[in-house]
Design a protein around this ligand. Structure first.
Ligand code: CP
Ligand code: NVA
Length: 330
């Protein structure tokens, strides 16, 4: 198996065996990192990280993983580069492809990351677009396998804005790995029909399934994983908060949802999360709407069921695996 030279834009482009290869490579790299066994397999290479949206985990994971592999790392944001404003994506891609061995992009349009891949001639990695968040998925799959000992047959329920980037990607990731994905959300926030159709076609071949329900009791019953994400994603206007809160309050992950789930069910969240008043946005929402916690209660977030920080750490090991696999023959 080699993924050498490939871009990583959406999990739709990757077979279950290729995803398995990346997860196994990530496990090896995680073990080596914990044992302080160096793995500077990409010494002398250089990567550039393009961020049009903010980030903590993804940026840090790419930076640390890049350095652990021995690479030089450049960070560019919209303020300090010409991209988009004074130079087209196509031209930017051709310039960066002459200087760098790989490009990470986080931003708005999936089309942008695809153009970067088309014109740069080097592997491009999607660090989140409005549509997909594929590197998050590898960390999530690794975490589920570590916690539950398996992927195939696992029942994962996503509660919240089920047409956002994380939910879209989870639906595809679960389908690819033979898992049972449920989007538990108001109908207005169900994932797009064409993506549901594509995920169901994949699931037919893997033994997985894709279910959409707006009934919380049905959606959470027997779930092995309850997963949520913030109710308003980056790039959406503040004006949607009111409507989103009204729509999504019944879909909060709380103790009642866990009572209905499997006995050993775990809680997952890509983070960042509004589970208390420790954030500026959280406090603003509290002042305007009176909520002290949003997509998940603080009780669940801080409980033993919560594996969110294992999940966050796994961003590092899985992103490292993607870069190593696409920039070498490992
Ligand atoms: N989960 C995730 O992508 O986090 P950041 O926005 O901090 O990168
Ligand atoms: N749906 C969230 C994910 C953040 C990692 C967003 O796009 O803001």
């Amino acid at each position: 198996m080699t993924l050498y030279g490939r871009s990583f834009l959406t999990l739709l482009d990757y077979t279950p065996d290729e995803i398995r290869h990346l997860l196994d490579l990530a496990k090896r790299l995680k073990r080596e990192k914990h044992l302080r066994i160096g793995h500077r397999h990409l010494m002398g290479r250089n990567i550039v990280l393009l961020f049009e949206k903010t980030s903590t985990r993804t940026r840090c994971a790419f930076e640390v993983a890049g350095r652990d592999l021995g690479m030089g790392v450049t960070f560019l944001d919209p303020v300090s580069s010409q991209m988009g404003k004074k130079e087209s994506i196509e031209d930017t891609a051709r310039v960066l492809g002459r200087m760098y061995d790989g490009i990470e992009y986080r931003g708005f349009s999936q089309n942008t990351v695809e153009l970067l891949a088309k014109y740069s001639g080097v592997p491009v990695w999607n660090g989140l677009t409005d549509q997909f968040h594929p590197t998050q998925m590898l960390a999530d799959l690794l975490t589920i396998e570590e916690q539950l000992g398996r992927l195939a047959g696992v029942r994962l329920t996503f509660m919240g804005d089920a047409r956002n980037n994380v939910a879209n990607s989870l639906m595809v990731a679960c389908a690819k790995m033979g898992m049972h994905f449920t989007a538990c959300a108001p109908e207005a926030l169900f994932p797009a029909e064409d993506l549901v159709r594509a995920a169901r076609e994949i699931a037919e071949n893997t033994g997985g399934s894709v279910t959409l329900t707006s009934d919380v009791a049905d959606g959470t019953r027997g779930a092995d994983v309850l997963y949520t994400d913030i109710w308003v994603s980056m790039g959406e206007p503040d004006s949607v908060w009111k409507e989103r809160i009204e729509l999504l309050q019944p879909y909060q992950v709380n103790a009642a949802a866990f009572e209905n789930a499997a006995d050993c069910a775990i809680f997952m969240h890509c983070l960042p999360s509004y589970h208390d008043l420790g954030t500026e946005v959280g406090r603003e929402i509290h002042e305007k709407f009176g909520l002290t916690e949003m997509e998940v209660t603080n009780e669940v977030f801080e409980s033993k069921r919560s594996v969110v920080f294992d999940e966050a750490e796994n961003r590092l090991h899985t992103i490292k695996a993607v870069m190593l696999a696409t920039l070498s023959r490992q």
